[in-house]
Design a protein around this ligand. Structure first.
Ligand code: RTP
Ligand code: MG
Length: 140
């Protein structure tokens, strides 16, 4: 059975542009409940740890620099079929390929500065949520 939680970040481009509220509104209107949330900032080292799975990819160094370039919002979200439904809501990695009405189509600036992160599996959703939140910082 598909899990009911996913993890998201509002990335530095969207935070800086003042789009956090509008993005969270779209997320709630799509039926996701916020079960943990904070505004925070990654260091380059922490971004490197978070994106360690991408360490062999050509965009890894740029990605870590970008993700530590300014504040972000980190959140754990709850909904049936959360991981898949959230990735549908945010759209393709490259906003040029993202479907109309998706968060990335509306708010992303580029393939890198693409407004939001969404976990790609139930297992990674749990790992990523625990990266930012301990048991006292999230709804049980
Ligand atoms: P995310 O993990 O942030 O939800 O995005 P995703 O699954 O759609 O994409 P992924 O392949 O996991 O890539 C992670 C993030 O790296 C940046 N990226 N840059 N310059 C490039 O070609 C490139 N490709 C990916 C994006 O910020 C992407 O979301
Ligand atoms: Mg990904």
């Amino acid at each position: 059975m598909a899990g009911n939680r996913t993890f998201t970040m509002i990335k530095p481009d969207a935070f800086e542009a003042g789009n956090s509220g509008a993005i969270l509104k779209m997320i709630e209107e799509a039926g996701f409940k916020i079960v943990a949330m904070k505004a925070t900032r990654l260091t380059q080292e922490l971004a490197g740890k978070f994106y360690a799975v991408h360490s062999e990819r050509p965009f890894y160094a740029d990605l870590c620099k970008y993700m530590s370039s300014g504040p972000i919002v980190a959140a754990i979200l709850e909904k049936d079929n959360a991981v898949e439904d959230f990735r549908t809501l945010i759209g393709a990695t490259n906003p040029a390929n993202a479907a109309e009405g998706t968060i990335r189509k509306i708010f992303a600036k580029s393939i890198e500065a693409n407004a939001v992160h969404g976990s790609d599996s139930d297992e990674n959703a749990a790992i990523e949520g625990s990266f930012f939140f301990n048991q006292y910082e999230r709804v049980i």
